[in-house]
Design a protein around this ligand. Structure first.
Ligand code: SDX
Length: 435
């Protein structure tokens, strides 16, 4: 018999079961609340509300723990590859050598996009943001590869997952080429996942490109660290859209759109723009710390704070070390990295940030790494989307495979006008047409 939570309303006691997760997390199951009490809960931004149970990713925000299918992010970043991590997220276990080999071969096999898709790219305005193009083109995949319903996620998981994980990389590279006015570069079957992405982005009709091994490893680790993060904004969008039985590509296109926002995945681009602005403004870190603390100033310290982490984001710690290593190997220093270090040092010594438990998140250092390996700022969030695709697929698959799954449809508390009559146009004399 599970522990029960008691709620007293109008002198009556109601009981609701407490759900306990495999890591001891506890939640009140209120699925019978409205039926028993006539009440709903109100929780703007879902700060206190769980949307599902899930066995994919575990985060302990207080301790700064992140695990994919039980494996700590630190171990995966050090020992795994993005392709292996993608398999782990989608299937729930690390692949055998044969399973990994087959999955890798499928990713290679699916790297081309239908030639007719190039017509779509030709008609986006030149200044289109690559995230805009990516969200549109992932949705368009359903027109070219229509069999992506829930059944395809159960019977041909590897094929469905590999097709999208591979093609979103090609679409991203074409979007980048479009944004710089260069022709598309086709993928090569002799290149592995991250190397092929760099090849498609940086090879041109006039210059050959050979990816540096450290750059490839950096991209691979960045992708591992961005691959999933439980019920974040974009993953919740994927689940909500998918709950209506919309197809996988439409669901993930909604996730890409949600990720684009500067409060979410778009923060990595916003961090870079913030650091460049601070540098151009003389590197006055104090001024921007004070602006971030000023309630009357809309400025926020981008890359700081997190809904779940109230301790250091483990990914930010790993990325900060990776950034330092790449800079030591390369130019030795980067004024933007120096400003980032100063911002972190000042913020973590300031009660405004400490009392609100605002620490650097995954986006604070990731952009500096992308920049140090030649990725343009406009592509930072696009690379985040590529990396998050296995997580979105795993979450969508878990949702569509749930026998008790239902369409997501939140309730509301209405605060508008009471019932009133329609007033025919000729009788609407003044500005206000209220009854
Ligand atoms: C990602 O959810 C995920 O898992 C996301 C992600 C993933 O992997 O999918 O981890 C990726 O999206 C990381 C977050 C990237 N976004 C940013 O870096 C944008 C800057 N950060 C914030 O806007 C904010 O911290 C959020 C959006 C990340 C979290 O917002 P919350 O949980 O709604 O917190 P809040 O806005 O209610 O802030 C609480 C307090 C407020 O002050 P008070 O009203 O208590 O006085 O902290 C303040 C906020 O004003 N605050 C900040 C701040 N973040 C919060 N003040 C200054 N600078 C900031 N960055």
């Amino acid at each position: 018999m599970s522990e029960m939570a008691k709620l007293e309303v109008g002198g009556q006691i109601y009981e609701f079961p407490i759900v306990v997760g495999s890591e001891g997390e506890r939640g009140i199951d209120i699925s019978t609340l409205r039926g028993k009490t006539g009440l709903i809960t109100l929780d703007v931004g879902y700060v206190n509300t769980g949307s599902c149970t899930s066995s994919i990713t575990y985060i302990d925000g207080e301790k700064g723990i992140l695990r994919y299918r039980g494996i700590p992010i630190e171990g995966l970043a050090e020992h795994s590859s993005f392709v292996e991590t993608a398999y782990l997220l989608v299937h729930g276990k690390l692949p055998s050598p044969n399973q990994l080999d087959r999955f890798s071969k499928l990713l290679t096999e699916f790297s081309l996009i239908h030639e007719d898709m190039l017509q779509f790219f030709a008609h986006f305005p030149p200044a289109s943001h690559p995230m805009n193009i990516l969200a549109s083109m992932v949705n368009t995949l359903a027109a070219f590869y229509p069999h992506v319903d829930a059944q395809s996620m159960t019977e041909e998981v590897d094929i469905t997952a590999a097709r999208l994980i591979s093609k979103i990389r090609t679409l991203a590279a074409v979007a980048y080429k479009k944004s710089i006015g260069e022709p598309m570069v086709y993928p090569r079957h002799d290149l592995r996942y991250c190397t092929n992405l760099l090849h498609m982005m940086f090879t041109s009709p006039v210059t050959a490109y050979t990816a540096d091994a450290d750059v490839v490893r950096a991209i691979d680790m960045l992708f591992i660290m961005h691959a999933d993060h439980e019920q974040n904004c974009s993953t919740s969008a994927v689940r909500l859209v998918g709950s209506s039985q919309a197809n996988l590509y439409a669901s993930i296109s909604s996730g890409i759109t949600a990720l684009w926002g500067p409060l979410h995945g778009g923060a990595n681009q916003a961090v870079m723009e913030m650091l460049e602005h601070i540098l151009a403004d003389g590197g006055n870190v104090e001024k921007y710390i004070d602006m971030a603390k000023d309630k009357d100033n809309p400025f926020r310290l981008m890359g700081f704070g997190h809904r779940v982490y109230k301790n250091h984001d483990p990914r930010a710690k790993l990325l900060k070390n990776m950034c330092r290593k790449l800079l030591n190997k390369g130019p030795g220093s980067d004024p933007l990295f120096d400003i980032a270090l100063k911002l972190e040092e000042r913020a973590l010594a300031d009660d405004y940030f400490v009392s609100r438990k605002l620490f650097p998140n995954v986006d604070f250092y990731s952009g500096l790494i992308y920049r140090s390996i030649g990725i343009p700022t406009s592509m930072f969030t696009v690379l985040f989307a590529i990396a998050r695709t296995p997580g979105w697929i795993a979450q969508w698959k878990e949702m569509v495979s749930d026998p008790d799954g239902r369409i997501g449809r939140p309730r509301q508390i209405y605060t508008g006008e009471g019932a009133r009559c329609y007033i025919p146009l000729p009788k609407r004399t003044g500005e206000s047409t209220g009854a």
